[in-house]
Unconditional design. Structure first.
Length: 301
């Protein structure tokens, strides 16, 4: 049976109200998405930031009468009756929605020996370093350029018996990669409890234990038994926190240890390089798809 798909463009302050109105009118589901291709970064743990222009997509049964709802929506405050793109109704065929969602994800390769694979697919190379990771609440599935830049750096390193910190761990993909690539121990840190939950679940799914990969909120870190300073610190967050955390990161990395920073826009790289050069010998930035990775070595003095 086909469905009716209603698309409504609105503002973030009206999005919740319209979402409830669509559900009350009988929508089977309502999805919020970006209507203008605008990046949004989550700053506060648990926050749900929205875009300046939000598109709500609501699924209704094929036989649902949407005319009363459409008249109501067209008369909402601030609406422009002449703007035909603000509200669109179209017919969509029925399908296995779970399968359609799963079909969007496929194994990703980083370097020559590292793969990220959804749990429902067989790894393409059973002898490679394979991370089992499903999309979830926390950031980090390997598809974003900032994550890919960090994974490629890790894949090229000899991490044998090294102590690694993943600061801003999100899903834990970088921490898990470091552990599976041979790190002796990995400390994962994030200020979002959902990220800690996701990192712990993904750690367990990849056969790692808390001795090999431990997860912490910032107020719990560093634990007294961590054996710091670390050999490697990797942080895939945002330029603002990276700038603020520079002195702390300098304390967490041993002389001769490695620092990797990502989540940086190209025009933010120069400021961060100058900031970290107080403690680290920084290398030339590496860019991919309008994102930048910085790396450096902790100086001995």
């Amino acid at each position: 049976m086909p469905w009716q798909l209603l698309r409504l463009r609105t503002t973030p302050d009206q999005a919740e109200e319209f979402e409830q109105r669509l559900l009350t009118a009988g929508a089977t589901s309502v999805t919020l998405a970006d209507a203008e291709d605008q990046p949004v970064f989550q700053i506060e743990p648990g926050a749900t930031p929205l875009w300046d222009s939000v598109q709500l997509s609501a699924l209704f049964d094929a036989d649902a009468d949407l005319q009363p709802l459409l008249r109501e929506l067209q008369q909402r405050p601030g609406s422009d009756p002449a703007d035909e793109s603000a509200i669109i109704v179209e017919s969509v065929p029925d399908q296995d929605w779970e399968k359609a969602w799963m079909d969007r994800f496929h194994p990703l390769q980083f370097g020559t020996r590292l793969w990220i694979c959804p749990s429902w697919l067989e790894p393409p190379d059973p002898d490679a370093v394979n991370i089992l990771l499903d999309p979830g609440l926390a950031f980090g599935t390997g598809t974003h350029p900032t994550t890919a830049l960090c994974l490629e750096w890790l894949e090229q390193q000899d991490l044998s018996e090294r102590l690694v910190i993943d600061y801003g761990c999100g899903s834990g993909v970088l921490a898990i990669a470091a552990a599976l690539l041979g790190a002796g121990a990995v400390l994962a840190v994030d200020n979002d409890p959902q990220a800690i939950q996701a990192c712990t679940a993904n750690r367990d799914a990849n056969g790692l234990d808390a001795e090999r990969l431990a997860c912490y909120l910032p107020e719990q870190f560093p634990p007294g038994s961590a054996g710091l300073p670390a050999d490697v610190l990797i942080a895939n967050i945002l330029a603002g926190p990276l700038e603020q955390l520079a002195p702390h990161f300098a304390e967490l990395v041993r002389p001769g240890g490695d620092l990797v920073l990502s989540g940086i826009l190209p025009d933010q790289a120069e400021l961060l390089l100058a900031r970290y050069e107080h403690w680290f010998d920084m290398q030339a930035p590496v860019e991919r798809d309008q994102w930048t990775r910085l790396s450096g070595t902790r100086r001995y003095s």
